[in-house]
Design a protein around this ligand. Sequence first.
Ligand code: RIB
Length: 315
Amino acid sequence: MATSSSPPRVVVVGSTMIDLTAFASRIPRSGETLVGERFQMGFGGKGANQAVMARLLDADVVMVNCLGDDAYGDMTLENFATFGIDTAHVYRVPGASGVAPIWVEPDGSNRIIIIPGANHELTAGQAARSVQETPDAAVVVGQLEIPQEVTAAAFAAAREMGASTILNPAPAAPLSDDILELSDWLIPNEVEFEMLTGVPPDSDDALTGFARETGSRLLVTLGDEGAALVSPGLDRVIRIGPPRVDPVDTTGAGDAFVGAFVVGLASGLAERDAVRLGNACAADSVTRPGTQSSFPRPEQTERFLAEIRSSPGQA
Ligand code: RIB
């Protein structure tokens, strides 16, 4: 692990998408055509979003991903370059890059369909090699927008190198035994938690029970309720609320949380303070439209970090 004085190296093995977002007064019914209010195209994909959020907190970020040979692929590479994200392990194949049509309603809630395209062409061998060729990685982060066996191969390489592994099991899907065994941390949201366990994350017993069953550290994000962290001894659930904000677009808030939490943890913050950093970045992001474009910029992230460091342990 890096010390608090050197930025941690974070490897994200995951997806990129071009987000095609329609803002509308409501979601149309089947067979209905609705006149929307606004359209926004931007950079997304849960992996890319988490990589960008980590970079906005000054982490040294390596992205491992597969793009198509289309214009969206070129644009995505340029976007990573703008942020200073290392793309030496971004591969390209003939065909289409990932896209995500998104609908956002006036309360900021979103519905997303992903069309993975080239994201599903990344191989287990490429993922493992990319991690092995990244010395000093503090943490390897994965999601479920690329095949699970590919993420599992990256996590196996991370384990061998002594890096931590963090899985954001999104979008929700049953988890293979391999990936469960290789994940040091699981960070589902409430929908994903319910899909994985069959019960909502309302009771402490549900949370501690799942953590015991998987053997992974568990942190569940709860939207405007913040997040619930299961203690290492499985004897306590610490619920940490976020700053109150008026949401305009919640797309990518979970990714802002994960990217920020990972950097907080790898930088040596106490776990609950890393959760506060995740909450602060996620809450701030929902006050602006778009996905990566809504994430707090370095002036803001430095302020969040300074506030948390000056009042450690305050939920
Ligand atoms: O988590 C939000 C993201 O989910 C969007 O950027 C979209 O691309 C999908 O991957």
